[in-house]
Every structure is written in C-alpha cells, then in structure tokens.
Design a protein around this ligand. Sequence first.
Ligand SMILES: [Zn+2]
Length: 110
Amino acid sequence: MASSNITIQCWKCGTTLRNLLLPFSRYEECSTCNADLHACISCKYYAPNLADSCSEDRAESVQDNEKANFCDFFKVSPKACGKKDEATATAAKASLAELFGEETEPVAKA
Ligand SMILES: [Zn+2]
C-alpha cells in the first residue's frame, strides 16, 4: 500500500514536519511557528512572479498567499522553505537593520 503521509519543511521557519497525512488538511499548521501549511506559499503551483501568484490557471485567485486557502488544486511542495525571493529577504533585513539602528552599539540597560 502506498504511503499516505509526507515529510515537508515549513515554508516559514524551515522546521521539518514529519508524517503529515495526505490529503492535506486545511487546518494543518506548523508545530513550531503555527504557520498555515495549506497555503499558496507552500503549494507547488505557487508562482510569486505571476499576477495571481499561481501557475495553475484554473485555481481561483487567493488573496493572502500565507494563509490557509480552500483551493482544490493545492499540492504541497515538500521544500517550500526559502521560496521567497532572496533579494526580498535581503532587502527586508536591510530595512530591519536600519529600523533598529544596527550600526550603533547596543545600549546596555541597568
Ligand atoms: Zn514553521
């Protein structure tokens, strides 16, 4: 009998999630960060470069790619982690550093 479970990496925190049951539940979430796993970003059809972020034409457009969706075409991508554009991540880091003034020494609190 074919195995009906899957091991994936959380798209958000990268935690390895073992033995998740297929078909994937809409309520499936990461045990570490509680990210929704039945979400576009964790789907193999997710295509951030497309207008509706989906390479499956027949799928309905989903507003929030990081929230659980009701898409009938959802197919989990086992390695969704790090799918977000590297450049975006770097830019986000840079703006965070700016926000927290990373160039200054941390102020020691008494
Ligand atoms: Zn996670």
